[in-house]
Design a binder for this molecule. Structure first.
Ligand code: GRG
Length: 301
């Protein structure tokens, strides 16, 4: 996302966090799943991606002094759900894309059936990671809480529902309110859940929970607005995915609905909303969340 956008302490924190997430994904995504499935799963999720969602989980857990081992499982689980959604989204029956994270998409590399199965298996693996038999950092009530937050963000009320709205609106106009509602589900719900799953790993009162939920909602939407701006202004090589696809497919975006300048202003306004929510949280250690919000709106890919 650009280390030049961050201070040294934050860059160091991010480097360590990314290393932990990468190592945990490497441990928990099985190479030996049958008939090449493991290879397809590992191709889909290892060695690529900005890991924004895992970083949000770990930053939120730090804000509430949450257990690191639990937060790491939550971080891996949310990345598995995100990576599965990208695999399915890229398939010919959905967005039909050939480039993702700078590599050929999973169905291009392994075939459509294997890509579908890899996505299915990653979705299930996310919940396996959240429900270990033998990890004292994750007592059963916390396991249930994390599973509930993730399932609700990934399912009909969240990402899958948002994707259904998206597919139903190819070639149709959407006003800003409807666009916001679609993205609240499709992209925002999982980003917000990342924050809340991190928060669930520690002790947090109702006011702080509400404030973190508002932070997650604002940053989730800001992420999408910035995504639309980058999609309209950056080449595919910089993004590691095919640029301009939504506009080419006549899908409404923040840039087509608001215009480029207003979309940039909207991202700034949402950033300010996110920081105001952190200020209301009453939590002392929100520095990482603060810096991540800045990184999300200032990112170049
Ligand atoms: C298949 C149920 C299902 C849902 C797919 C999230 C999604 C829904 C589709 C992805 C389409 C897309 C490009 C949305 C824009 C925002 C977004 C989620 C971008 C990709 O996330 P990044 O930028 O990707 O965090 P990396 O590769 O860095 O992890």
């Amino acid at each position: 996302m650009g280390a030049e956008l961050t201070g040294d302490a934050f860059a160091g924190w991010m480097h360590r966090a990314l290393g932990e997430v990468e190592a945990a994904l490497g441990r928990w995504v099985p190479a030996d799943a049958p008939a090449g499935l493991g290879e397809a799963m590992r191709y889909a999720v290892l060695d690529g991606g900005k890991r924004v969602r895992p970083l949000l989980v770990l930053a939120a857990a730090e804000a509430v002094a949450g257990a690191r081992a639990a937060a790491l499982r939550a971080a891996v689980a949310v990345e598995l759900i995100h990576a599965y959604s990208l695999v399915h989204d890229d398939m010919p029956c959905m967005d039909n894309d050939v480039l993702r994270r700078g590599k050929p998409t999973v169905h291009v590399r392994f075939g459509q059936a294997q890509a579908m199965l890899a996505g299915d298996a990653m979705q299930a693996l996310a919940f396996e990671v959240l429900t270990p038999d033998d990890d004292p950092a994750l007592p059963p009530p916390l396991q249930a809480r994390l599973c509930g937050l993730l399932a609700r963000a990934a399912g009909h009320a969240g990402m899958a529902g948002g994707q259904a709205i998206d597919l139903a609106h190819v070639g149709h106009a959407l006003d800003e309110g409807a666009l916001r509602e679609m993205h609240r589900r499709k992209t925002g719900a999982l980003l917000q859940a990342s924050v809340l799953m991190g928060a669930a790993c520690g002790a947090v009162d109702a006011a702080a929970w509400q404030a973190l939920a508002a932070y997650g909602e604002a940053i989730g939407l800001a992420f999408q607005v910035v995504d639309d701006v980058l999609d309209a202004t950056q080449p595919s090589q910089a993004l590691g995915k095919t640029a301009g696809k939504d506009a080419d497919a006549h899908k409404p975006t923040y840039v087509t609905v608001l215009g480029l300048a207003a979309a940039r202003e909207r991202a700034q306004a949402l950033h300010a909303e996110a920081l105001a929510a952190l200020g209301r949280s009453g939590l002392a250690h929100t520095g990482r969340l603060h810096d991540l919000a800045g990184l999300i709106v200032a990112r170049h890919h």
